[in-house]
Design a binder for this molecule. Structure first.
Ligand SMILES: NC(=O)c1ccc[n+]([C@@H]2O[C@H](COP(=O)([O-])OP(=O)(O)OC[C@H]3O[C@@H](n4cnc5c(N)ncnc54)[C@H](O)[C@@H]3O)[C@@H](O)[C@H]2O)c1
Length: 328
C-alpha cells in the first residue's frame, strides 16, 4: 500500500516525532489532538527537528516535504488517512475509547498502529471495527532520529497488516523489529525498565546521585550499546572461549544480590532527588537546548556507523539505497 497521508492521533512528544519523520520523507500528515493548543507545539517541534533530519539524510534523494494539517476532530483525520498512528497518553481506557470511532470511520484496509509503550495489542484491538488491521508500532524518542520500531500483532491481527506496516516504516527509514510474542512492554522497554528500577533504587537509597548513575552509563556501557547489544558484547567478553567462557566467568554473579527488580515507592523524597539531580546536571540548559546537543550527537553517531555499514548505520544505508532506487 502506498501511504500518501499519515494520520496521527495524539500530537505530543511521540506524535510530534512521527510527524517530523513522515513529513521529511515526503508524506502528508493530518494530525488530530483534542487539545487545540497542540497545533503550535506540533509545528514548533517539526521545525526543531528539521536541522537534525536534514543532516542525517544529507545526500539521500527525498521528495519534497509533505504537508501538515491539524484538526481537533479525529474522525476527519480517520477519513483522510492511508495509515493511522495513535500516540495518545498511556492510559488503556483512553486509548480504546479514542481508537474505536477512528476504526469505525477509517477505510477497512487502513492499518491502525498504536505507539503504546506497554499495552498488549490483543487488549487494544478487541472492540475495534476490523481488528485484523490493528498492530502496535512502538517507536523510540526522538522518533525522527531513532530508527527502531517494534511491530507487535495481537491475536486478531492479520499478517497482511504487519507487512503493510513494515513496508511503511521502512519507507520512512526505520528499522523494524518484528516481535513474535506479545508481552507487556514488548522487548526494549522491558530492558529499559529493569535498568530504570535499579537506578531509582540506588538513588532512593543514597547509593549514587543522578549524575553518577548517568556517568556510569555514558562513559561505559552506553558507548558500546549503539554498536552492539548485550548478548554479542558479553560473548566477546568471554574472549576466545566466547559465550560459554563468559558464562563460566560471570554466570555465578546471577545468584548474587547485584540488583533489585521491584520498583521503589515513588515518595516525594525520591522525586526531589530525581528532579534536583537532573536539573543540576542540565547546568541551566533548557530541554530544547539539551535536545539540540542530543540530536547532533545522535546524527554523528549514525553517520559513523554508516561508514562501517553497521547497526543503525546499516539502516541508514538501506534507506539511502531504497530512496536512490525510488527517486533517481
Ligand atoms: N515519551 C516517550 O518516550 C515514548 C516513547 C515511545 C512510546 N511512547 C508512547 O507514545 C504514546 C504518547 O506518548 P507521549 O509521550 O507523546 O505523550 P504526551 O502526553 O506527550 O502526548 C499525548 C497527546 O495525546 C493527546 N490526547 C490524549 N487523549 C486524546 C484523545 N482522546 N484524542 C486526541 N488526542 C488525545 C494529548 O492532548 C497529548 O497531546 C504513549 O502511549 C506512550 O507510552 C512514549
Amino acid at each position: 500500500m502506498n501511504v500518501k497521508t499519515l494520520g496521527l492521533l495524539g500530537t505530543g512528544v511521540i506524535g510530534g516525532g512521527w510527524a517530523a519523520r513522515a513529513i521529511h520523507c515526503g508524506i502528508n500528515v493530518i494530525a488530530a489532538d483534542f487539545d487545540p493548543t497542540m497545533e503550535k507545539w506540533l509545528r514548533d517541534s517539526i521545525d526543531n527537528s528539521r536541522q537534525a533530519l536534514s543532516q542525517l539524510t544529507e545526500g539521500i534523494p527525498l521528495p519534497p516535504p509533505g504537508k501538515l494539517e491539524f484538526t481537533t476532530n479525529p474522525l476527519e483525520m480517520a477519513e483522510k488517512s492511508d495509515f493511522i498512528q495513535e500516540s495518545v497518553s498511556e492510559i488503556e481506557e483512553l486509548k480504546t475509547k479514542a481508537l474505536l470511532p477512528v476504526s469505525e470511520v477509517a477505510r477497512p484496509e487502513v492499518v491502525i498502529s498504536s505507539s503504546t509503550s506497554g499495552f498488549l495489542p490483543t487488549d487494544l484491538q478487541k472492540d475495534l471495527k476490523h481488528p485484523e488491521r490493528f498492530i502496535v508500532g512502538h517507536p523510540f524518542n526522538p522518533v525522527y532520529l531513532c530508527p527502531l520500531v517494534e511491530i507487535v500483532g495481537g491475536k486478531l491481527t492479520s499478517e497482511e497488516a504487519k507487512d503493510i506496516a513494515r513496508e511503511f516504516y521502512e519507507d520512512i527509514g526505520m528499522q523494524v523489529l518484528m516481535v513474535n510474542r506479545e508481552v507487556p512492554a514488548h522487548i526494549a522497554n522491558r530492558l529499559q525498565e529493569a535498568m530504570w528500577r535499579e537506578i531509582l533504587h540506588m538513588l532512593n537509597e543514597g547509593m549514587a546521585t543522578t549524575r553518577e548513575l548517568d556517568e556510569s552509563i555514558v562513559y561505559g556501557p552506553g558507548l558500546r550499546w549503539a554498536v552492539m547489544g548485550m548478548n554479542q558484547l558479553y560473548m566477546m567478553a568471554g574472549g576466545d572461549g566466547g559465550a560459554r567462557k563468559f558464562m563460566e566467568k560471570f554466570g555465578p554473579t546471577l545468584t548474587m544480590p547485584w540488583c533489585n527488580m521491584d520498583g521503589p515507592e515513588l515518595t516525594e523524597d525520591l522525586l526531589d532527588k530525581f528532579e534536583f539531580g537532573t536539573n543540576q546536571q542540565a547546568k541551566g540548559k533548557t530541554v530544547r537546548e539539551l535536545e539540540v546537543i542530543r540530536d547532533e550527537c545522535m546524527v554523528a553517531i549514525q553517520k559513523v556507523l554508516a561508514k562501517h555499514d553497521f547497526a543503525s548505520g546499516k539502516t541508514l544505508n538501506a534507506f539511502r539505497a531504497r530512496k536512490e532506487k525510488q527517486w533517481r
